[in-house]
Design a protein around this ligand. Sequence first.
Ligand code: 6R9
Length: 645
Amino acid sequence: MLGQMKSEYAPEEQVFYPDLSFSTRANVRDARIYDWAGMDYENYWAEEAKKLHWYQPWNKILEWQSPFAQWFVGGKLNACVNCVDRHLNSWYRNKAAIIFEGEPGDQVVLTYQDLHREVSKFANVLRGLGVAKGDVVTIYMPMIPEAVIAMLACARIGAPHSLVFGGFSAEALRDRIQDAEAKVVVTTDGSWRRGKSIPLKQNVDNALVSCPSVEKVVVVRRTGCDIYMEPNRDVFYHELMKEAPLTCEPEVMDAEDTLFILYTSGTTGKPKGIVHTTGGYLTGVTSTHRNLFDLKEDDIYWCTADIGWITGHSYIVYGPLANGATVFIYEGAPDYPERDRFWELIEKYRVSIFYTAPTAIRLFMKWGESYPQSRDLSSLRLLGSVGEPINPEAWLWYHKHIGGERCPIVDTWWQTETGSVMVAPLPGLTPTKPGSATMSLPGIAADVVNELGEPVKAGESGYLVIKKPWPSMLRTIYKDPQRYVDQYWSRFEGMYFTGDGARRDKDGYIWVLGRVDDVINVSGHRIGTAEVESALVEHPAVAEAAVIGRSHELKGQAVSAFVTLREGIAWAPELEKDLKSYVAKKIGGLARPEEIICTWELPKTRSGKIMRRLLKDIAEGRTLGDTSTLADASVINQLIRQMEA
Ligand code: 6R9
């Protein structure tokens, strides 16, 4: 099969049909679901919403005042109750909700009953610290059960959580705490990464120097590293939990009450707080998780994303737990202590559903198939992919070497903003093509349109849009509704613009091509070029900076920076190193540029706009596109000579 990966191979010609043995047992096996949902998407989603527990039913399914949506108007529910309490009335009470293995090999299993107790206790702790409905709690933690407990505890008392990925720097954390005006921060002393303790609490201390809204910091002991505890502000989780009552009355939430805020990169330097609400979000993630992963009672489900990203929110916590799944959570890196760590864990826990990112798959490919081959992966029955376009080579490798050619591959296109998956195959129904996320899910109206907003013809490329509201859509950008309108709903009349380009093939399949805006996707993580540029120009040596994403074999895209220096500063390898660490310190390791190229002038149009497109061509070694608008063509020639040297 690998032989077919040559350049002449046309991926869209290769089709994989669902296995009969799979499709006859699949949760969704009637193709008419697309027609039903298409004819009446509101009622389709209402039927899905009815599978949740509601204190009070809604009186209107959708209130659409474009582009502001309210779903399940007047309905009352609690997300935590749906993810936890609801399962206590059946044998699920004793079912493992979370199976955790830490990087050092420590293990924790929490049944739904256990989870209920821990979440209730921590919800009481938060209330005891003064957190009330509507107060924001920032969670800055590694992948440990307490992170899930903290999220659900917030949901229980109606306090929106705002997770900040543990790889973000103190400054990035500070910006997100300030914007959300968080009252409490939950963190750990440190987090394990390849045997080392990463100092999370220290980052919190540094961030809090300028975060007056924060009253309390709850610290979970994880690595045992030395930390400073600020009197009257910092408290240990284990101490508070000792005293906490075992039950906690949940807050009855309106369907449209905020469940969480999650920051993501956009086209400007300032990260956007994406707002998700309770009823619609929970409906979207629960329904898609059940259908896409074909979840069965005895599955062991593992999504390798970090809980700090939307994939962790929707498909580690809310979707799976609302469905009563057994969720496996692993704290560490895939190559520690050995490169077969993930396969060892799949073998050990008999994981049956595995959801990961193309960047990880490409890394596994590079390491070679001997690692997965040395383990028993026969428990796997379905594979998922998310975060960036999956190249056909990686798809085929995943299919063969991880899925044993028997597991359907579910490539899921979606975003922080969409809340749940929008474009993906239904594993029992949809024939798949390596590299294509296939088509809109039932009840979702994704399309590929041209500049004018008209659907493109077969074989043409355009912009990926969504033409009808959906329950788990973002409701707004936190404290910035105008930016919500401008960013997503202004490019095409009445359509949500995703920021992605896509192609439609002769069978109507959608092939997502990647971002068409100033967002770089590095290993499935979104980074705004403007964020990196503003970090660079804050450095005293830098006069001007332009940042682009260039293609990268493993990461999908890599951050490539072009800088001009201030008068009197000379370029040196140490300065390049220094600038890279500076960016990592300002934003986080994920934004560290792969290379920084110093030039005496950036290529600009006569009106002074930096021509990033040309920089991208240069960085990717392509022949240059149109250069006629350049103010000074010699800049480009010089850059090309520099890159060749
Ligand atoms: C879920 C998540 C969203 C951006 C999105 C797109 C890219 C995600 C993809 C994919 C092609 C897929 N993306 N999944 N591109 N195929 N299956 O990743 O959310 O971090 O907000 O990123 O990621 O470019 O616009 P988020």
